[in-house]
Structure formats: structure tokens, C-alpha cells
Design a protein around this ligand. Structure first.
Ligand code: C5P
Length: 243
């Protein structure tokens, strides 16, 4: 897979018009556009067709479902007919909803389990009642969630770049790892609300298949140029890995 194809740009934008502007600006520089709740709720499912035809890239419908199995099954059955490449379900607390998602997808959409959001810190987990060993070592919890996803037949997981190596070691190359929380080193590492961040180079070197990169591209003076710089960084990392 080429460097460009590994970049997922989230369309975290306030309007259909703005999203469309970024799609046109970045269609040659990213492999996939991610539609999240904000844009989906504002624009409806029609946005998927627009992004797919304007962008010439894949579409990732990131609704991060977290509900009872029957509701997840019914929802993913609908998503399966929208023609998107990836969709997400929280690994959550029970494998049953993940199984329902896989069944609902019927092989027509890749299902990714969201392990632990990259904005979550050990302190957050402690406050929400998780046992101490999982708060001090988040990777143990990410692994447990990934085991659930794998067991349910998901195609892969969303995890931070800090955990991607462990995921690949445990589940092998074909289990897809998508990593948000990416900050290029030249961006001065502004974490924003992300807690567990790594550079594109580190994520790719550790085995990430895809990197989700939003604000470092969206908020750059020249977003296309920022994306090109990231492609260059990923190309370098890939060529070092081939050598
Ligand atoms: O690069 P930036 O921090 O702007 O990326 C934000 C995007 O990453 C959002 O669209 C958010 O939904 C996504 N994200 C994700 N999974 C996480 C954390 C963030 O898909 N665990």
C-alpha cells in the first residue's frame, strides 16, 4: 500500500460545503475520508456518495456505535449497503455487540473495534472505576478489547500508536490497525485533546496500516502541503522498513 493510501483524513468540519472543499483540496493526498457523527448528522447519508464521487478515495463511516447487540446488528445492516470501506463499533464491555456488528456487516463493510480512545488517560480510567493494573498500563486493557474484536470476527481495531506494535505481534499482519492521535514532529507536537500521541513515522514503523490525521492537516496554513509532508515522512519510514 502506498504512503498516500495510508492516510485517513477526518472530515471534522462544520458544514457540507466546508467538507466538500477539503475533499477537493485533499483528494490527491489522502487515501480515505472519514465521516464522523458531526458531518453525518448534519448532512445525512447522501454525504457518503458525494465524498466518494468527489474524493476518488475510500470512505470510512466512523459512528463509533455502542449499543445493545440487536440495535448494533440492525444499524450495521443499514451501513453495509452504503458502500463504505470501514465502520466502527466500540469494543465496550461485551463481545456480543461486536458479534452483532460483524453479522450485520455481512462481509460488505470492514468492521473495526474501537479499543480505548486516544483521548483517554490513565487518570480517566481510574475515575471511571477501572481496576488499578489497567489504569497504570493501558496497553493491557487495549489488548483485552482487541481480543474481543478478533474473537468476534472484526477486521481490525482502532488503537493508539503506542499500542500498535503489541496488536500486530498478537494478531498478525492481516488484522488491521488504524491509529489516530498522530502528530507530525514538525507540528511542534500539539496534542489538542489527544492524550496518547505518536508521530506518523513511529506509527508506521510499528506496523500501523492506516493513520488518522485531522487537525495537523486541517488547521495547517496549506493543508495539501501538510499532507504532502506527511506522505514524505511515511514514504521515508516505509523505505527504511524495506531496506
Ligand atoms: O488528528 P486529530 O486529533 O484532529 O484527529 C481527530 C479525529 O480522530 C476525530 O475524527 C476522532 O473521531 C478520531 N479519533 C478516532 N479514534 C480515536 C481518537 C480519535 O477515530 N480513538
Amino acid at each position: 500500500m502506498q504512503a498516500k493510501e495510508r492516510i485517513i483524513f477526518p472530515l471534522d468540519l462544520p458544514s457540507f460545503e466546508e467538507a466538500n472543499r477539503y475533499v477537493r483540496l485533499l483528494s490527491d493526498h489522502v487515501g480515505m475520508f472519514k465521516i464522523g457523527l458531526e458531518l453525518f448528522i448534519r448532512s445525512g447519508p447522501g454525504i457518503i456518495r458525494t465524498v466518494a464521487s468527489e474524493g476518488g478515495a475510500g470512505v470510512f463511516l466512523d459512528l463509533k456505535l455502542h449499543d445493545i447487540p440487536e440495535t448494533v446488528y440492525r444499524t450495521v445492516s443499514v451501513i453495509a449497503d452504503l458502500g463504505v470501506t470501514f465502520t466502527t463499533v466500540h469494543c465496550g464491555e461485551s463481545v456480543k455487540s461486536l458479534l452483532a456488528a460483524v453479522k450485520g456487516g455481512g462481509g460488505k463493510v470492514h468492521i473495526l473495534g474501537v479499543t480505548i480512545l486516544t483521548s483517554v488517560s490513565p487518570e480517566d480510567l481510574h475515575q471511571s472505576g477501572y481496576a488499578k493494573p489497567f489504569c497504570s498500563d493501558l496497553s493491557g486493557l487495549v489488548l483485552k478489547k482487541a481480543v474481543m474484536a478478533k474473537h468476534a470476527g472484526c477486521d481490525g481495531v482502532v488503537c493508539s500508536g503506542l499500542e500498535v506494535k503489541m496488536i500486530k505481534e498478537h494478531f498478525g499482519k492481516s488484522f488491521i490497525a488504524v491509529t489516530p492521535g498522530i502528530r507530525p514532529s514538525w507540528d511542534g507536537i500539539k496534542p489538542d485533546d489527544q492524550s496518547r500521541v505518536v508521530t506518523p513515522t513511529q506509527a508506521i514503523q510499528d506496523g500501523a496500516d492506516y493513520v488518522v490525521i485531522g487537525r495537523p492537516i486541517r488547521d495547517a496554513g496549506n493543508p495539501a502541503e501538510a499532507a504532502r509532508r506527511i506522505i514524505g515522512e511515511i514514504e521515508e519510514a516505509l523505505s527504511r522498513m524495506d531496506a
